[in-house]
Design a protein around this ligand. Structure first.
Ligand code: 2RA
Length: 338
C-alpha cells in the first residue's frame, strides 16, 4: 500500500508511524506529509529516513490511503483533492464527522457500514471512540435511554503546544505571558474548558460526545449531557459514564458483554484495588473499563469508568484500524493513475 501520513510532524502523526509499524501495516511506499514549513524534514520509519513532502506532491504520487491528523481546515481543503485521485482519506479532525454523506467509524462497532464509495472517512473524537466502544454492546443488549458523561482529558489531546505548556509549568515557569493553548496553568490544575464554548454554554468537545455518539450508535433518541475537563495527566483520557437503560440488566451480564467485546479490557476488582487508570492505559491500544456498578439512585442505572490512551485508540490506532479494515475488505487500491 502507498500510504500518506498527513500531519506527519504533529503529536498524533508521530504516534501514527509507531502504530503503523507495530501493526505491520503493508506499506510499499511511505509519504510523510506536512505544511510547507516542514517540507524536507526527515522522518525515521523502520530504519529508513523519509523526507516530509507537501500536499500536492503527495497527491501526484497517488497514495492508496492518506491518514490525516492536520486539523479541520487543512482537511476540508485537501481531503477532497486526495479523494479525487481515488485515495481513501481517514481523517482525524472534526471536519467531516457530522457530514451526513461521510461515515464516522469505530471499526469494532460500525466498520461494516463502509463501502467502496467512501473515499473520506471520519475518525471520531478521542473521547467518543473510547466511550462508544464500551457502550455499543450494552446499547444493543439493554437500549440506552440517557447518558451523563464527565471526562478527564489529558493535555496531550491539545497537541505539542499543550505538552510544552505543561512541561514549562512543571519546571516552575510562569506561562501567563506565552502563547499557551490554555487560559490558565494546566500543571496541578483542572480546567473545565476543552475547545471553545458554544451558545448553549457547552463546549465543542462536550457536544462532540452528544452528536458523534448518536451517529455511531445510530440512535438520535439517546439523551446525552457531558462535561469535559482538561487534567494534568499524560497517559490518556478518563471518563465517568452514567447510563440509564430502557431495560433492566445485571452487573454480571454487563461485565460479560464488555469482556467479550474486541478491544475492551475489563479491569474491575475493587477488593484488590484494580480499576483503569491512564498510568496503565498509556501506550496501549485497548479501552479499559472498570468501577462497574449499579446506579442505585434510579431504575436501570449503571456507572462505568472508561480509560484509554487518547493518542492511540483515541486517534492513531483507530485510524489505522480503519485502514486495516479497508485493506482486509479490498476497499482500498482503486487509485486513479497519473
Ligand atoms: C482533545 N479530543 O482532547 C480533543 C482533540 N484531540 O483536546
Amino acid at each position: 500500500m502507498k500510504v500518506a501520513v498527513v500531519g506527519a510532524t504533529g503529536l498524533v502523526g508521530g504516534v501514527m508511524f509507531q502504530v503503523l509499524k507495530e501493526h505491520n501495516f503493508p506499506i510499499t511506499e511511505l509519504m510523510p506529509v506536512a505544511s510547507a514549513r516542514s517540507v524536507g524534514k526527515l522522518i525515521s520509519y523502520e530504519g529508513k529516513e523519509y523526507p516530509v513532502i507537501g500536499m500536492q506532491e503527495a497527491i501526484d504520487r497517488r497514495p492508496d490511503v492518506a491518514i490525516f491528523s492536520a486539523g479541520g481546515s487543512t482537511s476540508l481543503e485537501w481531503a477532497p483533492k486526495f479523494a479525487e485521485v481515488g485515495c481513501v482519506v481517514v481523517d482525524n479532525s472534526s471536519a467531516w464527522r457530522m457530514d451526513p454523506t461521510k461515515k464516522l467509524v469505530v471499526p469494532e462497532v460500525n466498520a461494516d457500514e463502509l463501502t467502496p464509495s467512501d473515499l473520506i472517512i471520519a475518525n471520531p473524537n478521542c473521547s467518543t471512540i473510547q466511550m462508544v466502544l464500551a457502550l455499543a454492546p450494552l446499547h444493543e443488549a439493554f437500549g440506552i435511554k440517557r447518558l451523563v458523561i464527565s471526562t478527564y482529558q489529558s493535555f496531550t489531546g491539545t497537541g505539542v503546544p499543550a505538552v510544552n505548556q505543561y512541561e514549562a509549568e512543571k519546571r516552575g515557569e510562569d506561562t501567563s505571558d506565552t502563547d499557551r493553548p490554555y487560559h490558565y496553568p494546566i500543571f496541578e490544575n483542572c480546567i473545565p474548558h476543552c475547545d471553545v464554548f458554544l451558545d448553549n454554554a457547552y463546549t465543542k468537545e462536550e457536544m462532540k460526545l452528544v452528536h458523534e455518539t448518536r451517529k455511531i450508535l445510530g440512535d438520535d433518541s439517546i439523551a446525552i449531557t457531558a462535561t469535559a475537563v482538561r487534567v494534568p495527566v499524560h497517559g490518556g483520557h478518563s471518563e465517568c459514564v452514567n447510563i440509564e437503560f430502557k431495560k433492566d440488566f445485571t452487573v454480571e451480564k454487563v461485565r460479560e458483554l464488555l469482556a467479550a467485546t474486541p478491544g475492551v479490557i475489563v479491569q474491575d476488582d475493587i477488593k484488590n484495588n484494580v480499576y483503569p487508570m491512564p498510568l496503565l492505559a498509556k501506550h496501549r491500544d485497548e479501552v479499559f473499563v472498570g468501577r462497574i456498578r449499579r446506579d442505585e439512585s434510579i431504575g436501570n442505572g449503571l456507572n462505568l469508568w472508561i480509560v484509554a490512551d487518547n493518542l492511540r485508540k483515541g486517534a492513531a490506532t483507530n485510524a489505522v484500524q480503519i485502514a486495516e479494515y479497508l485493506v482486509e475488505n479490498k476497499l482500498i487500491g482503486q487509485t486513479v493513475e497519473a
